[in-house]
Design a protein around this ligand. Structure first.
Ligand code: SF4
Ligand code: SF4
Length: 462
């Protein structure tokens, strides 16, 4: 099965329960942002800009757990910011698991090995020596790390343990060169890969989380799936990034520039995702085949943003993960007060201009599971996709030239600086501020990232 049976049953029961009760709107996945602090400053990250005045604030553990209870979503995606910076992350994960939720920890991977070492120290016994030897052989821990692990750690919060109800969901936006460029720090891809390898050795479930941008090379995304499949990653989530900035539409109308000069339009998304169904056969892509058909431009769906609500320090963010028209104190209050008919695209017409080019996972993947715009056979299609044999790890993916950046002395900073020095306007600003949005945990205005990638590529291939 692509997604484990127990987890599938849990989600199916939740949907059936609400369908029987005729609940008009309900949550499938909670995007919980306990804090917006991050150790990275990805080009154009929306979260660290939109919440720049509250970066030091964080939700209390009690508030986080109460939010999950309040909306009742069977899955909780703990994101941010970087959730591993949250001081009570261990207690939060344990609390959500105690509530019988499926937990995704959406991380950039930089602190993941530390948490894995904490886990090893918490369970250390001589019987895990072979595991330590393997980790040492594969250079995933140092001799000093092994010594610390052997001392054990039995005080402090309970470590994050492997569980069939939990996934590490690691932000990966390309192979080394591209990923490090996007996150604006060399070595991040390598660290994320090492964390993933270590987590797999320790028996955790791991997924990757990728956002596709205007400048994303589709061939590279395919190679990225091949590479991570060879590491026996358990699944992949992939979504188009998208730019809803109304100011750009205004610029387009005033300056006569085409929308595609600025952002990922629906047509461009469909072009990028033309092979999504083929990828779904080759790799364990999470998400319904109905959503995949939508991404490939083969059908329409209506946005169901209320099914993946976002809760953060300011409250319940409406209408969706991307746009903020308000924050509400309660999930039900948000459901009741937001005029949901104002959003999304219906029959090709955007009900809100900012929705015009949106096809993102958090607005439309639940639509595929909930049967909005139901076509005969959709349920069977979803069931067959999930119950079909999980694609085998693609062992040839080890041949992919994944370390094509700093590991071979070709770091993004050198390329980016070269681009700046050639006088290509725009690249510099992307490295100097955090404006815009984007990133697996960001959202929205991706133009700075796109411009940066375009300019660096132009500098490389004049
Ligand atoms: S269509 Fe996209 S931007 Fe609009 S409400 Fe839905 S998820 Fe948000
Ligand atoms: S996109 Fe995510 S990892 Fe990057 S700076 Fe923003 S919150 Fe941090």
């Amino acid at each position: 099965m692509r997604f484990p049976l127990a987890l599938t049953v849990k989600i199916a029961r939740h949907i059936i329960k609400h369908k029987v009760r005729r609940t008009p709107r309900f949550a499938l996945v909670l995007q919980l942002e306990p804090l917006h602090t991050c150790n990275l400053t990805c080009t154009g990250c929306g979260r660290i800009r939109e919440y720049s005045t509250s970066l030091k604030d964080m939700m209390s553990l009690e508030d986080c757990l109460a939010s999950a209870q309040e909306c009742g979503a069977p899955m909780v995606s703990v994101c941010g910011g970087e959730p591993l910076i949250y001081p009570k992350i261990e207690e939060l994960v344990a609390g959500l698991l105690r509530q019988d939720r499926i937990v995704y920890i959406c991380t950039n991977g930089m602190f993941m090995r530390k948490k894995l070492k904490d886990y090893l120290a918490s369970v250390y016994a001589p019987r895990i020596e072979p595991t330590l030897t393997r980790l040492l052989d594969e250079k995933l821990i140092s001799g000093k790390d092994a010594e610390l692990i052997r001392k054990g750690k039995h005080d402090g919060p309970p470590a994050i343990k492997p569980s069939k109800w939990m996934y590490w969901n690691v932000h990966i936006d390309g192979l080394e060169y591209t990923h490090d460029l996007i996150v604006e720090r060399e070595g991040v891809f390598k660290e994320a890969v090492e964390a993933i390898r270590m987590a797999k050795i320790l028996g955790y479930q791991v997924a990757t989380n990728t956002t596709v941008y205007k400048e994303t090379d589709v061939k590279e995304i395919e190679q990225m799936f091949e590479f991570f499949s060879s590491l026996a990653v358990d699944g992949h989530t992939i979504s188009p990034g998208y730019d809803y900035d109304a100011a750009k539409r205004d610029m387009a109308s005033r300056l006569g520039r085409k929308p595609e000069d600025f952002f990922l339009t629906r047509a461009m998304t469909i072009e990028k995702f033309a092979k999504i169904q083929e990828w779904g056969e080759r790799f364990t892509i999470f998400g319904t085949p109905v959503y995949q058909e939508f991404l490939a431009g083969k059908r329409e769906l209506t946005c169901t943003a209320w099914a993946i609500p976002t809760r953060n320090i300011k409250g319940w963010k409406a209408p969706c993960y991307l746009m903020t028209d308000g924050h509400y104190a309660r999930y039900q209050e948000m459901l009741d007060k937001v005029d949901w008919n104002k959003y999304g695209v219906v029959n090709g017409v955007a009900r809100d201009p900012r929705c015009e080019n949106c096809m993102v996972h958090c607005g439309y993947d639940p639509s595929g599971a909930l049967g909005t715009n139901y076509h005969r056979g959709d349920n069977w299609k979803n069931i067959r996709y999930n119950f079909a044999a999980k694609p085998k790890p693609y062992s040839a993916g080890r041949q992919v030239n994944a370390f094509n950046g700093v590991s071979i002395g070709k770091g993004h900073l050198a390329e980016a600086k070269a681009a700046i020095n050639t006088g290509l306007a725009g690249a510099k600003s992307a490295f100097q501020n955090n404006g815009g949005a984007g990133g697996a945990c960001g959202s929205g205005d991706t133009s700075q990232r796109d411009e940066l990638l375009a300019k660096v590529r132009a500098a490389k291939n004049p």
